[in-house]
Design a protein around this ligand. Structure first.
Ligand code: NAP
Length: 284
């Protein structure tokens, strides 16, 4: 292996120690940071994510409530619950686990969250603030990736960065944060004509697609930094990313593993965003 591993578990541990310290300081002043996680329905993957988020809060001194509703919950009932959380001073962050059942308009639900409690950073006000370079919250996954670059002193100024994927929760905000950091950014997606042509010229590649082996060694410039956001299952049912790790690690300069890369960072940044929200509320 030639690439240096970017260890999301180790970096998370360091960042969570800081979170715990800030949570304790806020709690001592009577402002324990609080996160409400809302789950509608019985999607097994969502259940695991939600449980991990609540546990991470408890382990680091944050207060956390998990509000579970059946898949039959009406949209207006969910909106009424969010209004209640918006008004609750013990709650600083509200996270509605996606996907929601088909009869509920997720866009409407996200827009109902008070922007100052939107710790996922998905509200249009927060997306707009990110776009104009003054973010209140950075979406957790791309924010975690930026922490990985910083932890390894990976210089983004003038770097050619390719983001594969253009979702609102990963690809687009990732591209904006890279742009803000001074990279020259290309966003690729399912309609991109020649993906390899773009990736071969990249100093930094972030793969956020949800397809195994979308990035192989022949598509990577020697020494490039490769970040794998994807979460897929291989033929044996084991968690794997979008990147052909075995091949790409022989070419790249830095690489993130799956599991143990971006995944733990996403939850860590949710804690960081909740702390930031609580600190702002305590100051107000
Ligand atoms: P998404 O909304 O499904 O977006 C996937 C993106 O990939 C789309 O923009 C799509 O293009 C693009 N794409 C699909 N096929 C492609 C191809 N052949 N070549 C180039 N681009 C292609 O997914 P997401 O929510 O962004 O998540 C992406 C992956 O990251 C998933 O595996 C998800 O589970 C994972 N994820 C991981 C974390 C974590 O914490 N590790 C957090 C969030 C997401 P079009 O727009 O043209 O369709």
């Amino acid at each position: 292996m030639t690439a240096q591993l970017i260890d999301g578990n180790a970096l998370s541990k360091t960042l969570r120690a800081d979170v715990a310290q800030r949570a304790a300081a806020l709690t001592a002043r009577g402002h324990q940071p609080g996160l409400a996680v809302v789950l509608v329905g019985e999607n097994p993957a969502s259940e695991v994510y939600v449980r991990n988020k609540v546990k991470a809060c408890q382990d680091n001194g944050l207060f956390s409530v998990m509000d579970r509703f059946p898949a039959t919950l009406a949209e207006n009932e969910l909106l009424a619950h969010i209004a209640k959380l918006n008004a609750d001073p013990s709650i600083h962050g509200i996270l509605v686990q996606l996907p929601l059942p088909a009869h509920i308009d997720s866009h409407k639900v996200i827009e109902a969250i008070a922007p100052e409690k939107d710790v996922d950073g998905f509200h249009v006000a927060n997306a707009g603030a990110l776009m104009t370079g003054k973010p209140l919250f950075r979406p957790c996954t791309p924010y975690g990736v930026m922490k990985m670059f910083a932890a390894h002193d990976i210089d983004l100024k003038g770097a050619n960065a390719v983001v594969i994927g253009r979702s609102n929760i990963v690809g687009k905000p990732m591209a904006l944060l890279l742009l803000e950091a001074g990279a020259t950014v290309t966003i690729c997606h399912s309609k991109t004509r020649d993906l390899a042509k773009h990736t071969r010229d990249a100093d930094v590649i972030v793969a956020a697609v949800g397809r195994r082996n979308i990035l192989t060694a022949d598509m990577v410039k020697p020494g490039a930094t490769v970040i794998d956001v994807g979460m897929n299952r291989n033929d044996e049912g084991k968690l794997c990313g979008d990147v052909d790790f075995a091949g790409v690690k022989e070419v790249a300069g830095y690489i993130t593993p799956v599991p143990g890369g971006v995944g733990p960072m996403t939850i860590t940044m949710l804690l960081v965003n909740t702390i930031e929200a609580a600190e702002r509320a305590a100051q107000a």
